[in-house]
Design a protein around this ligand. Structure first.
Ligand SMILES: *[C@@H]1O[C@H](CO)[C@@H](O)[C@H](O)[C@H]1NC(C)=O
Ligand SMILES: *[C@@H]1O[C@H](CO)[C@@H](O)[C@H](O)[C@H]1NC(C)=O
Ligand SMILES: *[C@@H]1O[C@H](CO)[C@@H](O)[C@H](O)[C@H]1NC(C)=O
Ligand SMILES: *[C@@H]1O[C@H](CO)[C@@H](O)[C@H](O)[C@H]1NC(C)=O
Ligand SMILES: *[C@@H]1O[C@H](CO)[C@@H](O)[C@H](O)[C@H]1NC(C)=O
Length: 460
């Protein structure tokens, strides 16, 4: 007995040891995909403490910002949708309902006003949109998921600016640092939400705003056709009438537009407006061609900062969103996107999984650098895990029915007028916490511009 149990103990230890180290992913096996997604999601969840007694639901501990927590719950909503594992649904619902805000119910909580950007708000709004699309049940007491996405849309429409002939400013409140910057991610998130609301509800008001946000960015040269595909830049400042575009390219900017364009294509009815349908098919083609820059050697890379080692905590999560929105595009526009996008995910996901080490049998921590030529970065965090989780779980799109709509399967309650009310601007802003915000925006752009210098070719 004694001997046997010692032997068993030794066996147990060696199993544990051999399970430490890189995760192997078989991209053709749904079981393997789910297993890897499960341990990576569990590792990500370890960073979150908001459900503990006395802690605040919907915040990640410092130094991670509020918006990233919303982005993380979006990843978990999709995790449940793709894998069927609902173990995180409760903390997701709790966090999202806690952060809807007080005076205006549109993800504008008072605690965040000193640094609240349109992009920050929108990351929570897009999580609510995913909840509606994936049919996460609405809560009994509290706003519906769909109405929260509508509320974010309505509050942002009201902020459509007159400088530079339109667009959204980065910050919501004028007093906040970076207000004059008009960043691509804020405008891209607005486009994404408008397009998905159009697909979900069929209401053409949303489509008109999606068109407008797209066109304004194109006119402002926040994106343009280069080498046969769209290249998306970081933003421009109203102080010089948006004449000088910051040329840094991030994965999430092309991603947020890719999903929105796919929704526009899906929702356009050729018998009602053939021009609209054809137009979005062409845009999707240009978007897919623009992806190449982020897949050197076939594996997804945050080219602006990975090799030079300057990716900040925000940027360490950006690849998650490109993967997420590639998945969305494949779900709603498969005939135009599936082959091209799945090919890229299949090449990236095993490399991404290989960078993850198991910390326990059921949890792993992952690295930022997936490319075999890049040495591990050696840092771990929720963003690194989120990126691997998304690039892995989106391999499951083929088995998913795709986003619900009001007409087909949707269960979330609509409120087209959501998001009313007024709220005071902060009296003072906090220059320290404003500096590293979600959109990366002008501050990182300037820092990177200086660092990269002659290496602009790489990203522009
Ligand atoms: C705002 O901060 C207070 C104090 O930490 C906390 O009790 C409250 O739950 C926070 N509100 C939100 C919406 O996070
Ligand atoms: C059809 O779509 C085009 C392109 O998006 C748009 O400019 C036009 O206003 C739409 N026409 C109608 C009748 O909605
Ligand atoms: C549009 O999206 C739905 C999922 O929301 C999907 O079932 C449908 O096949 C898509 N339409 C086309 C033409 O791909
Ligand atoms: C995984 O383990 C290797 C070897 O010890 C190490 O170099 C790497 O940084 C680890 N990665 C993570 C994400 O912990
Ligand atoms: C369509 O959306 C707009 C903008 O939110 C709203 O004002 C309008 O009432 C909606 N129309 C319908 C029929 O729901």
């Amino acid at each position: 007995m004694k001997f046997a149990s010692t032997a068993l103990g030794a066996l147990g230890a060696s199993v544990l040891l051999s399970s430490a180290g890189a995760l192997d992913l078989d991209v053709e096996s749904p079981d393997s995909i789910k297993e890897v997604a499960s341990v990576v999601a569990a590792g990500m969840r370890e960073w979150y403490t908001g459900d503990r007694p006395g802690d605040v639901p919907g915040n990640l501990p410092a130094p991670y910002y509020w918006w990233e927590c919303g982005a993380m719950f979006n990843a978990l909503i999709d995790y449940w949708y793709y894998t069927g594992d609902d173990q995180y649904n409760e903390i997701t619902t709790q966090a999202m309902q806690h952060q809807v805000g007080e005076k205006i119910v549109a993800f504008m909580p008072e605690n965040q006003t000193k640094t609240l950007g349109n992009d920050d708000q929108a990351f929570w709004g897009m999580a609510a949109m995913s909840a509606a699309e994936n049919k996460l049940p609405d809560v009994k007491e509290g706003p519906s998921w769909l109405s929260l996405a509508q509320a974010v849309f309505n509050t942002q429409v009201a902020r459509w600016s007159s400088t530079c002939d339109g667009g959204l400013n980065w910050q919501i409140f004028r007093i906040n640092n970076g207000f004059t910057y008009k960043n691509t991610i804020s405008n891209g998130c607005f486009f994404n939400i408008a397009a998905r609301l159009y697909k979900y509800t069929g209401n053409t008001t949303y489509a008109d705003w999606a068109d407008k946000a797209w066109q304004w960015q194109l006119d402002t040269k926040l994106f343009e056709i280069k080498d046969g595909g769209y290249h998306f830049y970081d933003g421009a400042d109203e102080k010089d009438n948006c004449q000088k575009v910051e040329p840094i390219q991030w994965t999430y900017n092309i991603g947020v537009h890719l999903a929105g364009a796919a929704a526009m294509w899906n929702a356009s009815d050729i018998s009602k407006n053939g021009t609209r349908k054809e137009r979005w098919a062409k845009e999707l083609d240009l978007l897919i061609k623009g992806l190449d820059i982020f897949f050197p050697d076939g594996v997804m890379k945050e080219v602006a900062c990975e090799d030079i080692g300057t990716c900040n905590n925000d940027q360490r999560s950006f690849k998650a969103y490109l993967a997420r929105w590639m998945g969305y595009a494949m779900l709603v526009a498969p005939e135009l996107t599936f082959d091209e996008l799945m090919k890229r995910l299949k090449a990236s996901a095993p490399m991404a999984a290989k960078t993850c080490n198991k910390s326990t049998d059921s949890q792993a921590n992952c690295d930022l650098k997936w490319n075999p030529k890049g040495n591990p970065d050696g840092k771990i965090g929720p963003g690194e895990n989120m990126a691997v989780l998304e690039v892995v779980q989106n391999l499951l799109v083929k088995n998913a029915p795709g986003p619900a709509t009001e007409a087909v399967g949707g269960i979330s309650k609509s409120n087209p007028d959501a998001g009313g009310g007024t709220m005071d601007a902060p009296v003072t802003f906090n220059p320290v916490t404003t500096a590293g915000r979600a959109g990366a925006g002008i501050l990182t752009a300037l820092v990177l511009g200086a660092t990269l210098g002659g290496a602009y070719w790489m990203v522009s």
